[in-house]
Write a protein that binds this ligand. Structure first.
Ligand code: 5GP
Ligand code: ZN
Length: 112
């Protein structure tokens, strides 16, 4: 399968890894939209949040608790934003589920 994030998970494409465990990895976004911008990515290829089912409940929970732990470790005590772009209307450009964490500046709402 020709999936960019599967290749990063497999170590075939380099990334600035900041976390690595049995179920997921996290790495810095190549085009950061905030002073801190990283992605939490499951090792399993799940195309998007819309493709998750009841078998993914624990994994999806793990992605969020991992995002929270990394945000804490990186000093985002003043808050941050977690985003899961989903499908074409959601602005998803890489079809392997990923959780964006953005912080280090004030983020406006609503997003564009
Ligand atoms: P999406 O638009 O699908 O929600 O987010 C994809 C994200 O992946 C974008 O923020 C983009 O900058 C990031 N990205 C795309 N290709 C690469 C890459 O090769 N390496 C890294 N580290 N990030 C990437
Ligand atoms: Zn993949």
């Amino acid at each position: 399968m020709d999936c960019l994030f599967c290749k990063i998970v497999a170590g075939k494409i380099p990334a600035k890894l900041i976390h690595d465990d049995e179920h997921c990895i996290a790495f810095l976004d190549i085009n950061p939209q905030a002073p801190t911008h990283f992605l939490v990515v499951p090792r399993e290829h799940v195309a998007s949040l819309a493709r998750g089912g009841s078998s993914h409940t624990a994994l999806f929970g793990h992605l969020l608790t991992t995002a929270s732990a990394i945000a804490r470790d990186r000093g985002l005590a003043n808050g941050y934003r977690v985003v899961v772009n989903t499908g074409p209307d959601g602005g998803q450009t890489v079809d392997h589920l990923h959780v964006h964490v953005l912080g280090g500046r004030h983020l406006t709402w609503p997003p564009g």
